[in-house]
Design a protein around this ligand. Structure first.
Ligand code: DON
Length: 305
């Protein structure tokens, strides 16, 4: 990995100049204000290599990347029982689709589409005394980073515009797969999506999925080896919605995107890499982020395949 820093810098400069055909997400009004030229990348390896380029220390809205963290905590609470509530199959549909829920009797295809993440939030609302406070505490403890917060403006902006999520939550509740009050579940979901982090912070917080020996400052491991394997597997097959196949094909790593333009990718036993560029392709994934990662795993010959 000695040459990774140089390779990342070269690809960063190369991709920075590429004409970006994507568009910043504006269906959550607060997200539309972002400077679309932001572009950052950061890699943290399990043996403590750490470097980044560009806007890697600027906070951004991690949006659906947070679904890895909510899934992790729900999995810790429920173990394999969790899969009775949410499946582990790629949906092949957009992240906010309602289409399959009727045929699947309210059981979402996977925890990374909005429907699945909302069910995961319901599981957490059942387990946590103060869901928003306790979840933030969990995130902060994983990588001993107190500087992780919700963005209330983004959460509020999504609350007033999140008609599809409101529909999804109510529809799933009609099948009995939401146990708590719909408003409480959605308020929690919107807050989780509003978490802000930098590329550097993201590449540190997800090291527990790369490093099977990972323990935090308190001496706690986050997941068992088998649980980490399963979350990586769901990221590989479902992390990019109806573009998950394309990401596996081009990049070849487990990963997860968010409509804030962030992408996290994991190389088990090696590293976690994060890219942020706000303009999204038609499937809602960062255009430059995907391009950067494709070039990176190709040049370093470091995909899992
Ligand atoms: O619920 C939503 O639509 C957003 N808060 C999160 C969607 C998202 O990040 C999907 N990502 N590609």
């Amino acid at each position: 990995m000695d040459n990774y820093k140089k390779i990342i810098e070269e690809i960063y400069l190369d991709v920075k100049n590429v004409d970006d055909i994507g568009k910043v997400a504006n269906y959550i009004p607060e997200l539309a204000h972002i400077d679309e030229n932001n572009f950052g990348v950061h890699l943290t390896s399990i043996n403590k290599l750490s470097f980044g380029f560009g806007d890697c220390n600027k906070k951004f809205s991690i949006q659906s990347v947070s679904k890895i963290l909510s899934l992790t905590l729900a999995y810790k609470f429920e173990g394999a029982k969790l899969w009775d509530r949410v499946d582990v199959e790629p949906s092949g549909n957009p992240f906010n689709s309602l289409l399959q829920l009727e045929a699947d009797f309210g059981k979402p295809r996977n925890p990374f589409i909005n429907a699945g993440a909302i069910v995961i939030c319901d599981v957490l609302v059942s387990h946590l005394k103060n869901p928003k406070k306790d979840f933030l505490e969990f995130c902060r403890e994983i990588s001993d980073n107190k500087n992780i917060n919700y963005n209330e403006k983004v959460a509020e902006s999504e609350k007033i515009s999140g008609f599809r999520n409101v529909a999804l939550c109510n529809f799933i509740k009609s099948f009995g797969n939401i146990k708590n009050d719909v408003d409480d579940v959605l308020d929690f979901y919107f807050h989780i999506c509003s978490i802000e982090m930098t590329c550097k912070e993201l590449s540190e917080i997800f090291l527990f999925l790369a490093d099977e020996q990972y323990i935090n400052k308190k001496g706690e491991s986050i997941l068992t080896e088998s649980q980490a394997k399963r979350i990586n597997a769901i990221m590989l097959t479902c992390g990019f919605y109806d573009e998950s196949g394309e990401f596996a094909f081009r990049v070849g790593l487990p990963g997860k995107s968010g409509v804030g333009g962030g992408i996290v990718a994991i190389h088990p036993d090696e590293y976690c890499i994060t890219v942020w560029s706000p303009k999204l392709n038609k499937k809602g994934n960062s255009y430059k982020g995907m391009l950067f990662l494709e070039k990176f795993t190709t040049k370093t010959v470091s995909s899992i395949f």
